[in-house]
Design a protein around this ligand. Sequence first.
Ligand code: SAM
Length: 320
Amino acid sequence: MSALAPLTLLRPLYLLSLSLAYIPPTILTHLLHPSQFRTLLSWSSFQDAWFGRFWAFFGPRSRENAAPTVEPLVRNTLSQLGHVAVKGGGEGKGKGKGNVILDLGPGNGQWLYLFANLPVGISKIYGVEPNRSHHASLRAAISRHNLDGVYEILPFGAQDLIGKNILAPESVDAIVTLQVLCSVPEPRDVVASLYPLLKKGGRWILYEHVRTKFTGDFVRLWQGKRAPLLPFFTTVVKRGEGELEGAGFGGKSLTGLWLTLFVTELINLVWPVCFGGCSITRPTDEWLLTAGEWSDVNLKPGEGEGKYDTIPHVLGTLVK
Ligand SMILES: C[S@@+](CC[C@H](N)C(=O)[O-])C[C@H]1O[C@@H](n2cnc3c(N)ncnc32)[C@H](O)[C@@H]1O
């Protein structure tokens, strides 16, 4: 591990500053275009536009970083799906009956190239993307990769998918989630509600950032479990530091606990605002594992990530 590795701990500060820097240009653009002014009058619309603008810059950088591991993972897994391409079919389009894919939170579509030129037939890809500020770029990516007529944008959140009755149980060959479950509200319930959509043998392909596994290190400051505030305060006030061990707060100094509490609460409060509802404290991989029965699980940590990574990833597949 490099001597500079601990500097990775500062990454959340860098990302927060970067996101905040996109507020003025977002406001300015919408002020200058009278037709878009209304976006400024609604907090959620503004937040979508702000994140859309930030992701247009940051998304490609994030993809470049992840592509060496994510690209083979997604393409190899999709290439093993059941249906074979119909001869003479174009890229994605016109392949007749084939696989159905659910692509959650595709954003501006920068991973869409993964669905192009696959050796298996794809009859339908549903891209569940609630942030309409991504849709123009997403539509451009659909055309660029010749997925018109195959890739359909569903303009609502994954949590609303089941209620829309678009997909029958056991009708989906693959669910793809690339850096999405961090932003979905009630992710544990959403994951459990989507599991029945997968066919037997269907794959959940993921690349998600998750809560760190390194519990004893400084990294926990950024993204520890939500601190149990009330028990902590009552223990400190009523019983003093000496009693912390017995009350389940052992192994840390009082200063350390205060610091953990402060940073964790701050990050849980500020981070979702700056990143379209994203959280860096979710054990998404654990929720997926318990969403239902899997016949095969192949998950691993992000390449080169370790105890200083504040936004560590898990990638791989779960086969139903
Ligand atoms: C960090 S971005 C990642 C975008 C894309 N997957 C990528 O890697 O470039 C998170 C994406 O999840 C989408 N998202 C947020 N809430 C969602 C929800 N409830 N259902 C589906 N997608 C959601 C956001 O709009 C955004 O496009």
